[in-house]
Design a protein around this ligand. Structure first.
Ligand code: NAP
Ligand code: MG
Length: 398
């Protein structure tokens, strides 16, 4: 069989620990035998980030902006313990944070649905994709503990020194105050990223705030989404037969629970924090969750939603057997290959990505899985495989 040819390279960002081990196995067993893989390789493993003063992370993000599609392995975000472990020159910043800031993106996370791992919510038949705004609100707040009687005011001073004032509250005893903000620029790129992703994945998109109570703050989110939708996306949505649906956040929660799934749920920062944990745990496991960073200009970076699985890596180093789930990392590769195929019009590459995903799901559905899934599956006669055997079983099925 001839290998599938690629025209534009994928930006490949290698990573750390157990996921770095899985990365190589996935490439060797599931991709290189079938695809004449073209990548521009960046080693984001902590040792190389340290050796290059983290320049490699910046270079990989620039390459992503140049080529449009990247696939990233999980990476260590250093803390004090890692400083010693890796003898680091500096406590380097989170690579995801650096890349996200350069791509100005929004993160979309969707569960991977497979028979035998049933969502706790019985009527959810299709994945619900969470799109979380990752700037501002309570995550950039300023707070004051009010000691006693007094007046709290909100003051904005413009460049010329003109003040706008609002009384927050006349305190007659101790209390608390919080100041939060967001910017039209950030909300606008969030709206664009969400609506572009709905078009790219041909799914309806829901957005919700509490605009009835917050008539300026939340209402601005609603207005910006509506404006961007009407001016830039309405026609494409109508052509694709998909819908932009706005409602109040409490109504959205009620409707999500009763829905069949199969849509994108765009959330303000706090709502996204809370709701993504609810949605992902209701669907099963972090290792069964895809994650893609999408920039408003249409640049894509695919990754797994979980970390480097450190505990398994230390077992692996001691020569002990591991049963680490590689599904999310495989789906990062298939997501990136499919996107590359779409952009370069290489149908065989898209078909290959579909086939690899199908084989992965079929392997689990036929009762062969890693330990994390074996613990929660509703299937009988399950065979628990180690990290390598699971990937080999997928290859056999493919
Ligand atoms: P983690 O790698 O997500 O793993 C936490 C635990 O979840 C594991 O010990 C394991 O539980 C389970 N788990 C996660 N992924 C699994 C998989 N694929 N298969 C089977 N079980 C899985 O989080 P962590 O151990 O707290 O973090 C390790 C490193 O990852 C840290 O240095 C952190 O900075 C980094 N991190 C990176 C990213 C990223 O690059 N996107 C994201 C998060 C964290 P059991 O041990 O019970 O089996
Ligand atoms: Mg959280």
């Amino acid at each position: 069989m001839d290998k599938i040819k690629m025209t534009t390279p994928l930006v490949e960002m290698d990573g750390d620990e157990m996921t770095r081990i899985l990365w190589k196995m996935i490439k060797d067993e599931l991709i290189l035998p079938y695809v004449d893989l073209k990548t521009e390789y960046y080693d984001l493993g902590l040792e190389n980030r340290n050796a290059t003063d983290d320049q490699v992370t910046v270079d990989s993000a620039n390459a992503t902006l140049k080529y449009g599609v990247a696939v990233k392995c999980a990476t260590i975000t250093p803390n004090a313990a890692r400083m010693d472990e890796y003898k680091l020159k500096k406590m380097w910043k989170s690579p995801n944070g650096t890349i996200r800031a350069m791509l100005d993106g929004t993160v979309f996370r969707a569960p991977i649905i497979v028979k035998g791992i049933e969502p706790c919510v019985r009527n959810w038949k299709q994945p619900i994709t969470l799109a979380r705004h990752a700037y501002g609100d309570v995550y950039k707040n300023v707070e004051i503990q009010v000691p006693n009687k007094g007046k709290a005011e909100l003051v904005f001073t413009d460049e010329d020194g003109n003040e706008t004032r609002e009384t927050i509250h006349e305190f007659d005893g101790p209390g608390i105050i919080q100041g939060v903000h967001n910017t039209n620029k950030s909300i606008t790129s969030f709206a664009r990223a969400c609506l572009s992703y709905a078009v790219a994945t041909k799914q309806d998109i829901w957005f919700a705030t509490k605009d009835t109570i917050s008539k300026k703050y939340d209402h601005t989110f609603k207005d910006i989404f509506e404006e961007i939708y009407n001016n830039e996306f309405k026609q494409q949505f109508e052509e694709l037969g998909i819908e932009y649906f706005y409602t109040l956040i409490d109504d959205a929660v009620a409707r999500v629970m009763k829905s069949k799934g199969g849509f994108i749920w765009a959330c303000k920062n706090y709502d996204g924090d809370v709701m993504s944990d609810m949605v992902s745990s209701a669907f099963g496991s972090l290792a069964m969750m895809t994650s893609v960073l999408v920039s408003p200009s249409g640049v894509y970076e695919y990754e797994a939603a979980h970390g480097t699985v450190q505990r398994h890596y230390y077992k692996h180093l001691k020569g002990e057997e591991t049963s680490t789930n590689s599904v999310a990392t495989i789906f990062a590769w298939t997501g990136a290959l499919r996107k590359r195929g779409e952009l370069d019009k290489i149908d065989e590459l898209c078909a290959f990505a579909d086939r690899l995903e199908k084989a992965t799901l079929y392997t689990i559905e036929s009762g062969k899985m890693t330990k994390d899934l074996a613990l929660i599956t509703s299937l009988n006669d399950v065979k628990v495989l180690n990290s390598k055997e699971f990937i080999e079983a997928i290859r056999a099925n493919m």
